[in-house]
Design a protein around this ligand. Structure first.
Ligand code: OGA
Ligand code: NI
Length: 315
């Protein structure tokens, strides 16, 4: 099997631009995931984010997590746990407006650093959307505009730690799912592994790599590309030793953005065979996803086909 795709973004600036664009295209079409190096986010900023995230976990989250897991008896389970994940998380929202100042227990420096980090991730996400546009033959800015709605994109960060788990085969760090949103950028632990994606029915590790950013495609890009790019199922296996940090930023459509396949990407054949993805308002999709996250994505798409706002041809 070919190796997990690693993209050196610096190579977009020189002779290797074409080959790099091809590599991104191949990753989008065949993996739904890739890992970026030389992405322009300063390494010392990433180091600070990591240090403060780990300090915050130890100081404010670890004890609470242990108590919670003990109270649920999860350490001693004998059969597979299907309704819980072995993860400790909190969420930050950046757009349409930031809630960082309202999150309890964060020191000022951590708030400030996460704001700076989020802004850089936001810009990187927008740069990636334009690279995807270029590969898809869509005009520059098409995807950003498609996500815009009336108030711009929804952009947030899930800060997670996956503590050591005594029964990783019975309790998943995070159960298999696809991501509902647009494009996801992940800063993951460079030592403790655990993230896996499903490729050709096999679970494949997403290798830890210092200062890299892992990118994956969410359900909305699958819809807009009419399935040319697919959101790929992934999961986290907790380790028996070592806590894995993961900071996942979700660049998603605005809640009232209307999502539908880009007309330029609809092939006549797909239309004839009725293989056209649905059209819906993003927040309606999220309401359904909240109930069905850990189930297959196809019934989610089908549910919106049944209640379609109307045939695509009339857009
Ligand atoms: C998620 C997710 C992976 C990770 O939060 O949707 O897939 O490594 N996270 O934390
Ligand atoms: Ni995910």
């Amino acid at each position: 099997m070919t190796n997990f795709p690693v993209i050196n973004l610096e190579r977009l600036n020189g002779e290797e631009r074409k080959a790099t664009m091809e590599k991104i295209k191949d990753a989008c079409e065949n993996w739904g995931f890739f890992e970026l190096v030389n992405h322009g986010i300063p390494h010392d900023l990433m180091d600070t984010v990591e240090r403060l995230t780990k300090e915050h976990y130890r100081k404010c989250m670890e004890e609470r997590f242990k108590e919670l897991m003990a109270s649920k008896g999860l350490e001693a389970v004998q059969t597979e746990v299907k309704d819980m994940d072995w993860e400790s998380t909190f969420h930050l929202r950046h757009l349409p407006e930031s809630n960082i100042s309202e999150i309890p227990d964060l020191i000022d420096e951590y708030r400030k650093v996460m704001k700076d980090f989020a802004l850089r991730i936001e810009k990187l996400a927008e740069q990636l959307l334009d690279l995807l546009c270029e590969n898809l033959g869509l005009e520059k800015g098409y995807l950003k505009k498609a996500f815009y709605g009336s108030r711009g994109p929804t952009f947030g960060t899930k800060v997670a730690n996956y503590p050591p788990c005594p029964k990783p085969e019975l309790v998943k760090g995070l159960r298999p799912h696809t991501d509902a949103g647009g494009i996801i950028l992940l800063f993951q632990d460079d030592k403790v592994s655990g993230l896996q994606l499903l490729k050709d029915d096999q679970w494949v590790d997403v290798p830890p790599m210092r200062h890299s950013i892992v990118v994956n495609i969410g359900d909305q890009l699958e819809v807009i590309t009419n399935g040319k790019y697919k959101s790929v199922e992934h999961r986290v296996i907790a380790q028996t030793d070592g806590t894995r940090m993961s900071i996942a930023s979700f660049y998603n459509p605005g809640s009232d953005a209307v999502i539908y396949p880009a007309p330029e990407l609809l092939e006549k054949e797909a239309e004839d065979k009725n293989q056209v993805y649905p059209k819906f308002v993003f927040e309606d999709y999220m309401k359904l996803y909240a109930k069905l996250k850990f189930q297959a994505k196809e019934p989610r798409f089908e549910a919106f086909k049944a209640s379609s706002l109307g045939p695509i041809a009339t857009i």
